[in-house]
Ligand binder design. Sequence first.
Ligand code: MN
Length: 244
Amino acid sequence: MEITRTEKAVEGIVPGLTRREFVVGTAVAAAAVGATLILPPRARAASAIELPPLPYADNALNPYISSNTLSFHYGKHHKAYVDNVNKLIAGTDLADLPLEKIVIATAGNTEKQAIFNNAAQVWNHTFYWKSMKPKGGGAPPKDLATKIDAAFGDYDGFKKAFSEAAMTQFGSGWAWLAAKGGELQILKTPNAENPLSKGLTPVLTIDVWEHAYYLDYQNKRADYVAAYLDHLVNWDFAAANLRV
Ligand code: MN
């Protein structure tokens, strides 16, 4: 009898049942049939920006980037940007947007500089990890080499231009291989800036903030850049970004 009354209450057709009777009765009914209570769907919670897993073990880039550097860089720096951006967007109209849209929406907006800085740094780091792989580096595969040659003369021309961008970025920032209309170009960006907000397609990046290399190379940024190009670049990732 009670169960019948409760089932009707669940359907909202038993007026006069108190809330307490309803809740207790529903729980009893659910327990009686071993069922799980089905609650009304909540408004969709904003999906937090997540720290994606590293695409390899933190010692996989040894000896060019040590596990010491990688564990701090990923586990402390990258994670802090994720935590910060989630705090900053909570309850705002940006909270439901995917990361890339947050970056583009806040670029160049001085009032939203802190959100941009943290969101772009999350995006940049995720892209940087994928720009490298164990046993990477060296000359690109043929289809990509054709595009590299068209833009920079040859692979050495690319290396020279990319290294120069990485070396001459004064202070913290990034160097990028990017594309516009299928044509490759190299650029450097300060702090958290990236090619997304410039309408370019990012292809590869190297982090030249000191935290990226100081534990392994101290002030020798050139050695870090050379190790990246000769031993770490993930050309498969670059090709996928260019769809060649
Ligand atoms: Mn970094």
